[in-house]
Design a protein around this ligand. Structure first.
Ligand SMILES: CCCCCCCCCCCCC[C@H](O)CC(=O)SCCNC(=O)CCNC(=O)[C@H](O)C(C)(C)COP(=O)(O)OP(=O)(O)OC[C@H]1O[C@@H](n2cnc3c(N)ncnc32)[C@H](O)[C@@H]1OP(=O)(O)O
Length: 264
């Protein structure tokens, strides 16, 4: 499947561009709309994807919302409020998707571009990758879930400093903080490495990957008792899925599990 913007590759990787060459690699409304539609089709079972790959089509992964659009709006408050809610629809679908997600973070990830990168289960950077909140730089506060995700990844204190100082984080710092999952050996390899990782994950237990994301992301707001219960329910639910049955059976038969066949 390929519309003008999203592409479902033969190996089940759903590629969603979040920015295009134009506008300084700012978020592309059409791309986000297409990506949201594709993720909703996956949820309804109308699109048989097994992993999601987020990409930037220009020199940068994404420079966030298009600042010139903000300036030209008649009612800046309502315009930005509407954009943020539209972005939330996309990010809510990304968080809820029962698939592993990978971001190919080439160049800059700024503003909502950084927020989107934080939502990915895996973020592959390059030697010159940099992450920057950018919001305070233009007098704004974060959106796209950054104030929820960042403290859960780096801690509240470090998140406050990064946000309030609008820190530009280089690749090594971002890796050390857990904001990148790996750094490709060369900038030119970011896209291919992220694509390769998405393909690897598409052959794995995609339902288990999604369950791990939700257990981890809800753990900080759960008591231990609530988390123990959530884990017990999750492992029980997965045990009777196609992938869960295949994983156990393959182990006992001493063979490599065929998760893609078990899921479809
Ligand atoms: C149901 C689904 C509905 C679908 C619709 C979904 C809606 C999608 C949109 C949602 C938007 C929500 C709101 C958003 O979340 C809010 C934000 O993101 S606020 C933060 C905005 N971003 C920024 O402030 C970052 C600004 N840019 C920079 O800081 C730097 O450019 C950089 C990214 C660090 C890169 O720096 P450099 O490499 O030095 O490059 P330059 O700065 O020289 O820029 C090159 C060129 O590009 C222009 N440009 C860069 N960023 C933006 C931008 N965000 N908007 C517009 N233009 C940008 C820059 O002006 C330069 O232009 P030139 O001077 O060459 O003409």
């Amino acid at each position: 499947m390929s519309d003008d913007l999203t592409t479902l590759h033969d190996d089940g990787v759903l590629e969603i561009p979040v920015s295009l060459e134009t506008g300084g690699n700012a978020l592309d409304r059409g791309a986000i709309l297409a990506g949201t539609d594709a993720l909703h089709r996956v949820m309804r079972g109308n699109l048989k994807a097994r992993a999601v790959l987020l990409t930037g089509k220009g020199k940068n992964f994404c420079a966030g919302g298009n600042v010139s659009d903000f300036a030209s709006a008649d009612d800046r408050r309502e315009f930005l409020r509407g954009l943020a809610h539209d972005l939330n629809t996309f990010l809510s679908a990304l968080y809820a998707t029962q698939l592993p997600t990978v971001a190919a973070v080439n160049g800059w990830a700024a503003g909502a571009g950084m927020s989107i990168a934080l939502h990915a289960d895996f973020a592959v950077g390059g030697q010159t990758t940099r992450l920057r909140p950018a919001y305070p730089g233009i007098g704004l506060s974060p959106d796209g879930g950054m104030s929820w995700l960042l403290p859960r990844i780096v801690g509240l204190g470090r998140a406050r400093t990064i946000l309030m100082r609008d820190e530009a984080l280089d690749a090594e710092t971002a890796l050390d903080l857990g904001l990148l999952s790996e750094i490709a050996e060369d900038d030119s390899l970011v896209s291919s490495r992220a694509r390769e990782l998405a393909a690897e994950l598409s052959n794995g237990p995609t339902g288990a990957y999604a369950a791990i994301r939700h257990l981890l992301m809800t753990s900080s707001s759960n008591t231990l008792a609530e988390q123990l219960t959530a884990e017990a329910e999750s492992i029980a639910d997965l045990a009777v899925t196609g992938e869960g049955v295949e994983g156990v059976d393959a182990f006992l038969a001493k063979r490599i599990p065929d998760f893609p066949s078990a899921r479809s």
